[in-house]
Design a protein around this ligand. Sequence first.
Ligand code: ASP
Length: 374
Amino acid sequence: MTHRFALGKYRKVLVLYVGGTIGMQRNNEGVFIPVPNTFLQKLKEDSEMHDPLHASKYFRDCKENELVLPSSYGHDTIIYQIIEYTPLLDSSNMTSKDWIRIARDIKLHYDTFDGFIVLHGTDTLAYTSSALSFMFDSLKKPVVITGAQIPIFERRADAKENFLTSLIIAAYYDIPEVCVFFANKLFRGNRIVKVSSNELDAFSSPNYHTLADIGVDVKVNHHYIRKTDDSIPFKLFDDLNQNVAMLTLFPTITCEMLNSFLECSLKGIVIQSYGSGNIPSKRNDLLSVFKKAVEKEMLIVNITQCSRGSVHASYEPGKVFKDIGIICGRDMTAEAALTKLAYVLALPGLSFQQRVQMMKTDLRGEMSVNVEDF
Ligand code: ASP
């Protein structure tokens, strides 16, 4: 475990409050909605989240949206600044435009903060964390995405725990990755899936170890954290191709269905096949549709619809897919595969073969390279 102790007296964390349950309140009909301009005030009134005396004594020039975490939580004072998004979003309403906005905000403030937090709804959090991981190249600071299953405004909530620990990780720990903190676990952002709508540990990382486990101590699993090359500067690529989609195979799929799915101007698709990457190999009708799509330079990536494991050519129905030029997505999650496609397709000036090669390459720790390729 290594602490990255402050060189000065304090560490600065930028918090982008995008929306989600973490800051929601019930409306008159009893359903949770994001309520603007209430979250910051709630934190200011909470003595565990803000120390007004410390702020007025040592940080008199604090801005209206800057808070000071009581110092017992860390070795150096943590000052955190909240930027609340307008409108606040339930994450089910988010699109790639929102991912790009978050990425640009982090880039804009990159040099002035030690770490970043994104407060986000849990429903599409895995897409955002995956997309950000691809858009950021050579990230040197922690970007921690978190949220909650119960809002901070409720008496019993996971919101505060998740937020507080994320602040500590973003401020003190040298974890230069887009990560997700939830229910005492820190995950790599492009390895997670939402697995529960009602339990507090809503996320799982089915094919990759946690980056840190929080118990009495913070146990950082250094072996699993990506190394950065200090000689390469941090870069943001802020474009994503929206013409990407996902298709889960099912035994009663018809050629007609597949054709109409492919009809819109798609440039890439993720296929969630059976087991270790198997497709109905006796269905020549379907195979010829896929073959034609590859010939027209559509990027097609094969991942498994199982919740754990990888695709590999253990069976004949899996090998058939490789033979027609479908890319092996190894053990990528659906969220990582889709956002990686959106990223790779948006990169300018690459040939089809170069994009295929990028999809097969582990770019940000999103897939295990020791898994046997087709
Ligand atoms: N629907 C909410 C959202 O994703 C759920 C949550 O935050 O947990 O914004």
